[in-house]
Design a protein around this ligand. Structure first.
Ligand code: XMP
Length: 493
């Protein structure tokens, strides 16, 4: 039986995998190669992506995902025409952590300490570079220099002037910058060009962070990578231009039905305006849909119609394909041409291994990150009956909602005043639920990676890449279809 026949109508909880001879010496994610492609030209060391949903991915989530080796996609769920908030989130990720800060926050020498304090508070940066005309470096001003100083005092009176600074001319590899810092006993190394104009700053803090996070997804300049979602109509081209301006590493054209004329038109325009951009599009769930997107120049395809935890598309329209079948169909159509992102329906860590074997190169997760510290939204305390003590206890919750839920659509379209009937006419295809607050997404990702390494060990491979090759060479060696009883034995606890 072909793999496609074996998975028809099936999804994650329909399968187990047969354990093989283990060859992995250690299941430690620090030593197991989990690298995979997010898109044609963008490789991740860990194949985890956070979903572009307004209750999941903003700068905080995208930063954690990139630091842990995955990537976050900043949602476009801001009010229509309101592009700046999304741009600010992308910019915050690109600025948060760097090897070399390419565009350090600067102040003029004639400004006041009051101005410097405000700039430090606004940007969260403790060291300002001081520059004169033509961005010539004239000094450095740190938090220590401004402490207990009257606000009207001039920056030039408190800064460490250029002649007392160690400065490097031109670009510098991080290892060399570290050596300079150690030998000169400094914590900041400004970089200048031949004319003395400021071109960057290396800080000891960033170097330490860089070393502590060896798997982080970074661009050539050492900045964390981040993707940004755009739509296929309305402000999508302007949104694309603006997020790319602040350094977005990929655009994700995300619409509910990606195999559509609307998508075709959008891809044509995007490719015309931004021929080089790393472009992801979706969602689709069929081979035809996948080929359609690839032929129109995308660098990755997002797969999933209706499996999402916040999604009611299948309930309300009866259209969709069970996610494992969708992945196999799309993988068979895509071949090795572009990577696939398996989007939605992952409720337990074991399904991550399934999504990656049945066709995904990476997995996109929404509800799995809901309720974490980095998920946007306020914590609300809810009264819940504790079944053991039979007492009412207050439990912290956060809201998780589908991007096509009435709440999300209402916020996006600025429809607070709309009557319920009008909202229903919009055809909501998402739900809104409260999920318990539960600590950092970093812990969630790290647990997922440990479990993925264990899956690789059970699968008889030494890396994710090898496991996928072995699986596709002989799927029947792995795939076990479950009966209702074996499903309950496997997954009900
Ligand atoms: P999980 O299961 O990880 O899925 O929460 C995340 C994915 O769900 C999709 N999504 C939606 N699909 N209506 C839909 O049909 C919605 O309102 C909706 N909101 C999110 C999306 O693909 C996301 O990445």
């Amino acid at each position: 039986m072909s793999l496609l026949d074996a998975v028809r109508g099936c999804t994650f909880d329909d399968f187990l995998f047969t354990p093989q001879l283990g060859v992995l010496p250690s299941r430690d994610p620090a030593v197991v190669d989990l690298s995979a492609r997010f898109s044609e030209h963008l490789t991740l060391k860990r194949p985890i992506v956070s979903a572009n949903m307004d209750t999941v991915t903003r700068a905080a989530m995208a930063t954690v995902l990139a630091e842990e080796g995955g990537i976050g996609v900043i949602d476009r769920g801001f009010r229509a025409g309101d592009i700046d908030p999304q741009v600010a989130e992308v910019a915050a990720v690109k600025r948060r952590q760097h090897g070399v800060v390419g565009d350090p926050h600067s102040i003029g020498p004639d400004r006041t300490i009051g101005d410097a304090l405000r700039m430090m508070a606004d940007t969260g940066v403790g060291t300002l570079t001081v520059v004169g005309p033509g961005r010539r470096l004239v000094g450095l001003l740190t938090e220590r220099d401004v402490r207990f100083v009257r606000p009207e005092v001039k920056v030039s009176e408190r800064m460490t002037p250029r002649e007392r600074l160690v400065v490097h001319e031109g670009p510098i590899p991080l290892a060399e910058a570290e050596q300079v810092m150690i030998s000169k006993k400094i914590k900041k190394l400004p970089l200048v060009d031949r004319d003395g104009a400021l071109v960057g700053l290396v800080t000891a803090r960033d170097l330490i962070k860089h070393q502590r996070l060896p798997f982080a997804t970074r661009d050539e300049g050492g900045r964390l990578r981040v993707a940004a979602a755009i739509g296929a109509t309305g402000d999508y081209l302007e949104r694309a231009a603006e997020v790319l301006k602040v350094g977005a590493d990929a655009l994700v054209v995300d619409i509910a039905h990606g195999h559509s004329n609307v998508m075709e038109k959008a891809l044509k325009e995007i490719r015309r305006r931004f021929p080089e951009v790393e472009l992801v599009a979706g969602n689709v769930a069929t081979g035809e849909g996948t080929t359609f997107l690839i032929e129109r120049g995308v660098n990755a395809v997002k797969v999933g119609i209706g499996p999402g935890g916040g999604c009611s598309t299948r309930i309300t329209t009866n259209f969709g394909i069970a996610q494992v079948e969708a992945l196999v169909r799309c993988r068979l159509a895509a071949g090795d041409r572009v990577p696939l992102i398996a989007d939605g329906g992952i409720k337990r860590d074991g399904s991550i291994a399934e999504a990656l074997l049945f066709g995904g190169d990476s997995v996109m997760l929404g509800s799995a990150f809901a309720g974490t510290d980095e998920a946007p939204g306020e914590i609300v305390l809810k009264s819940v009956l504790d079944s053991e003590s039979q007492k009412i206890v207050k439990v912290p919750f956060k809201v998780f909602r589908g991007m096509a839920s009435i709440g999300a659509v209402r916020d996006r379209l600025d429809l607070e005043e709309a009557a319920p009937g009008e909202l229903e006419a919009l055809g909501a295809e998402g739900i809104e639920v409260s999920v318990p607050a539960r600590g950092s997404a970093r812990t969630v990702v790290r647990d997922m990676l440990k479990h993925l390494c264990s899956a690789i060990s059970y699968g008889g491979a030494a890396s994710l890449h090898e496991l996928r090759s072995r699986f596709w060479a002989q799927p029947d060696q792995y795939v076990v279809k479950l009966s209702a009883a074996s499903r309950s034995e496997s997954f009900q606890r």
